[in-house]
Design a protein around this ligand. Sequence first.
Ligand SMILES: [Zn+2]
Length: 115
Amino acid sequence: MTEKETNEFREMLLKRKEEIEKTISDKQQEISSLTETDASDEADFATISTDSEMGHTINTRLRNELQEIEYALFKISNHTYGICEMCEEPIGIARLKVKPQARYCIVCREIVEKS
Ligand SMILES: [Zn+2]
């Protein structure tokens, strides 16, 4: 991978990281404003708990992605970015363009998913 390509992926990862952080903080505000509202009957309570559960699921998914992105950024600074963690072969530019935080090449990814 050339330095130019690495820089492009770094930009992509940083942009995605920013988006996720914004979504998480937006969600948190939404949830806290919901839970602060006085629920007068059971129907309101049900709505609130469903909403915060949904928010929680989204948050977990986003936080996982955020960790993957941070790890990818760490690998860029470590000069190990774009290398499969299983077979140590290059992951491939095309795959990284779809998922810049990918840790495995397509072959190893399948093995990891099956196990
Ligand atoms: Zn591999």
